[in-house]
Design a protein around this ligand. Structure first.
Ligand code: AMP
Ligand code: ZN
Length: 209
C-alpha cells in the first residue's frame, strides 16, 4: 500500500509513520529527513533548502518533487511506502498523482495549542533521527538507540514554530479536501496516547487492505 501521512507539524506524523512502517515492513519516506541529510552532506540541494527551512518556510515544490520522484524508484518502494511530510502543497499532490498511485491519506488531526507545546519540547537524535519530548525524557540527554546527545532542531525554536503552523494552514491544510474529494482521506484524532493512535491508524489501514 502507498500511504500519505498528512497533518500539521508536531502532529506525530514522523513517530507514527515509523511505527506503522516497521509493522508493515515498508519504508518511511520523510522529505524533512532527506532534506536534513542533504544539508548535513552540504550538497547543492541542501544548501538551497536550508535557507527556507531555517525560516519555517516550505522548500520550493520543484526541489522536493524531484527528491521524492527519485526516491520512489528505489527497489524497497515497490511493495509500498509511507510518505511522511510530502505532499505539502496542492501542486505537490497534483505532481505526485502523475508518478505514483496513492491508496490512502491518513490525516492526523491535532489542535494548534497542543502542537506548539509538542514542537517546542521536541528533541531529536542528530544521528538516527529518533524523536523525543522533554516531558518524557526525565532529564535524559542521550539517544536511547545510539547514545548520541539529543538536540533541538533549529526550526523547533518558538519563532519558527509559529511560522510553520501559519504555513501549514495556508499551504498544506487544503490537501485535506483534496484527498477527501479523491475518496482517500482517513481522519485520525491525534490527541490520544501514542499507542492508541498507532492502533487506530493500523486498524484503519487494515480495513482497506
Ligand atoms: P519536517 O521534518 O517534515 O517537519 O520538515 C522540516 C522542513 O523541511 C519544513 O518546515 C520545510 O521547510 C521542509 N520540507 C519538508 N518537506 C517538505 C515538502 N514536502 N515541501 C516543502 N518543504 C518541505
Ligand atoms: Zn539516535
Amino acid at each position: 500500500m502507498n500511504i500519505i501521512f498528512l497533518g500539521p507539524p508536531g502532529a506525530g506524523k514522523g513517530t507514527q509513520a515509523q511505527i506503522i512502517c516497521q509493522k508493515m515492513g515498508i519504508p518511511q519516506i520523510s522529505t524533512g529527513d532527506m532534506l536534513r541529510a542533504a544539508i548535513a552532506a552540504k550538497t547543492e540541494t541542501g544548501l538551497k533548502a536550508k535557507e527556507y527551512m531555517d525560516k519555517g518556510q516550505l522548500v520550493p515544490d520543484a526541489v522536493v518533487i524531484d527528491i521524492v520522484k527519485e526516491r520512489l524508484t528505489g527497489e524497497d518502494c515497490q511493495k509500498g511506502y509511507i510518505l511522511d511530510g510530502f505532499p505539502r502543497t496542492v501542486e505537490q499532490a497534483q505532481s505526485l498523482g502523475t508518478f505514483a498511485k496513492i491508496d490512502a491519506a491518513i490525516n492526523l488531526d491535532v489542535a494548534d495549542e497542543v502542537l506548539v507545546a509538542r514542537l517546542s519540547g521536541r528533541r531529536v537524535c542528530p544521528l538516527c533521527g529518533a524523536p523525543y519530548h522533554v516531558d518524557r525524557l526525565n532529564g535524559e540527554t542521550l539517544c536511547k538507540v545510539d547514545a548520541t546527545p539529543l538536540i533541538q532542531r533549529d526550526d523547533d525554536k518558538p519563532e519558527t514554530v509559529l511560522n510553520r503552523l501559519k504555513v501549514y494552514h495556508q499551504k498544506t491544510a487544503p490537501l485535506i479536501d483534496y484527498y477527501r474529494s479523491e475518496g482517500k482521506l482517513m481522519n485520525i484524532t491525534g490527541s490520544g496516547s501514542l499507542e492508541e493512535i498507532s492502533a487506530e491508524i493500523f486498524e484503519t489501514l487494515e480495513a482497506i487492505r
